[in-house]
Design a protein around this ligand. Structure first.
Ligand code: NAD
Ligand code: G6P
Ligand code: MN
Length: 442
């Protein structure tokens, strides 16, 4: 019989928690569980969904122990996996990140540009704190971290927790590969073998093959040049119009380099003027998420709690998050699955900073991951990545040193920011808005 695992979800009050629990419960044959715990530092928020999650777990498998707590010791004792998706400052601070940037005519986005830098300055401390709890109470636990901004958080982990069992991951390539499979008429993304390189939210596919080894990249590029990463009728696996529009914009990104398939996040770096023109500075993505996903998830959890049953629920399995089960399964049962992870380059990309945290394919087994060798990357991508990785490193420098100048430099260097003057104006507003979240800058 397979060994059963105990899992803690850090950031238990996240809008993604119920769908991740549903996804875990749907995969008990692959990854059997004996315990599911929720941990958050905001009891009131976590309580909005804890009872519903408990009902969902009990109705699926009453033998699985369930606990929701704000006590780190209870949360982190006797756990094999920590699935971490915290958002320090929650959605109202995401709203500030987006709106402050837009006020200065700059891309206002969760993980890209000034918004991502500001979020990074908040996130680093929260993620490190959770790693410390994990190491204290369950030193053999693996943390699968997808708390954003993943690139900056991963760089902080590399420097400050070099030996910890933390793996930083992102669902964006998975989401895009689901649509690619649909475009290519392949049954599922699992039928595709891909090669990919880049930074988090900043990468390219160099190969997409079917299981017979046929290269499908030219066919995919031909399609994307016309339609973006959508079906011909604009459809695909999108949660809402805003994601659909991002997938369509892939058409213009591919036009710049028609030899590689880009991550759709590159739109923020290559078309910042377009993005700003199409943003409403008074109603940003954070507002959309609070008015839709947050309301829907918390509303449904309240309904389940009141009804005392989850039968007939509209909550759905988080398909996009299936890679979390795959990763935990690979670590628990040594499957050697090939997955895209955010890891130290260490020569994998031959002509790129060995210390940079890059997103590349790795083989995952019980002792962790082994990155695959990528070789040399082209000048255009290398140039973009060098600039962006410097932004990420300067942000972590600023956090460590409490340095105003390092953060000003990070903002100035971001491709989304037009000048040092604009960078400084954004920085000064962000310092004000992030009081109590950022280290003090001198
Ligand atoms: P959310 O605000 O709904 O939930 C985050 C929760 O984290 C909140 O309940 C908050 O109280 C809690 N939290 C904050 N600081 C904490 C700490 N120090 N310890 C414990 N809990 C803490 O956020 P969301 O929209 O559901 O997103 C959650 C996170 O997942 C974000 O970081 C988001 O960017 C990230 N995310 C990443 C990916 C990816 O591919 N990498 C995909 C989806 C979401
Ligand atoms: C994708 C990215 C995540 C990001 C999320 C934001 O899944 O990979 O890193 O957090 O999108 O989505 P949202 O719907 O909150 O804008
Ligand atoms: Mn991501």
């Amino acid at each position: 019989m397979k060994k059963k695992s105990s899992v803690v979800i850090a950031g238990g009050g996240s809008t993604y928690t119920p769908e991740i629990i549903l996804m875990l419960l749907d995969n008990l044959d692959k990854l059997p569980l004996r315990k599911i715990k929720l941990y958050d530092n905001d009891e009131e928020r976590q309580n909005k969904l804890a009872k519903a999650c408990e009902i969902i777990v009990k109705e699926k498998d009453p033998s699985i122990e369930f606990l929701a707590t704000t006590d780190p010791e209870l949360a982190y004792t006797d756990v094999d996996f920590c699935l971490a998706h915290i958002r320090v400052g929650q959605l109202p601070m995401r709203e500030m990140d987006e709106k402050i940037s837009l006020k200065h005519g700059v891309v206002g986005q969760e993980t890209c540009g000034p918004g991502g830098i500001a979020y990074g300055m908040r996130s680093i401390g929260g993620v490190l704190e959770n790693i410390e709890y994990m190491e204290k109470y369950s030193p053999n636990c693996w943390m699968l971290n997808y708390s954003n901004p993943a690139a900056i958080v991963a760089e902080a982990c590399r420097r400050l927790k070099p030996n910890s069992r933390v793996i930083n991951i992102c669902d964006m390539p998975i989401g895009m590969e689901n649509t690619m499979a649909e475009i290519l008429g392949v049954a599922s993304r699992k039928e595709l073998d891909v090669r990919y390189f880049g930074l988090n939210h900043f990468g390219w596919w160099t190969s997409v093959k079917d299981k017979e080894g046929n290269e499908l990249l030219p066919k995919l590029l031909e399609h994307q040049l016309k339609y973006g990463n959508c079906m011909t009728d604009g459809g695909g696996n999108f949660t809402d119009d805003s994601w659909q529009e991002t997938a369509r914009k892939v058409k213009d990104i591919v036009a710049v380099d028609p030899t590689l398939v880009p991550n759709s996040y590159l739109k923020y770096y290559l078309f910042p003027d377009y993005v700003v023109e199409h943003s409403d500075p008074n109603y940003t993505r954070a507002n959309q998420v609070m008015d839709t996903r947050e309301k829907r998830v918390f509303g449904e959890c309240a309904r389940i709690e009141k009804a005392g049953t989850a039968v007939g629920t509209c909550l759905e399995i988080g398909i996009h998050a299936s890679f979390i089960v795959d990763l935990a399964t690979a670590l628990a049962f040594n499957t050697h699955e090939r997955m895209l992870l955010i890891v130290q380059n260490n020569g994998a990309i031959e002509n790129f900073d060995p210390e940079a945290m890059v997103e590349i394919p790795c083989i995952v087994g019980k002792d962790g991951y082994e990155p695959l060798s990528i070789g040399k990357i082209p000048t255009f991508q290398k140039g973009l990545m060098e600039e962006q990785v410097a932004v990420e490193k300067l942000t972590v420098d600023a956090w460590q040193e409490g340095s105003y100048h390092k953060l000003w430099q990070a903002l100035t260097l971001s491709k989304t920011v037009p000048s040092a003057t604009v960078a400084k104006a954004i920085l000064d507003d962000m310092i004000e808005a992030n009081k109590g979240y950022w280290p003090e800058l001198k």
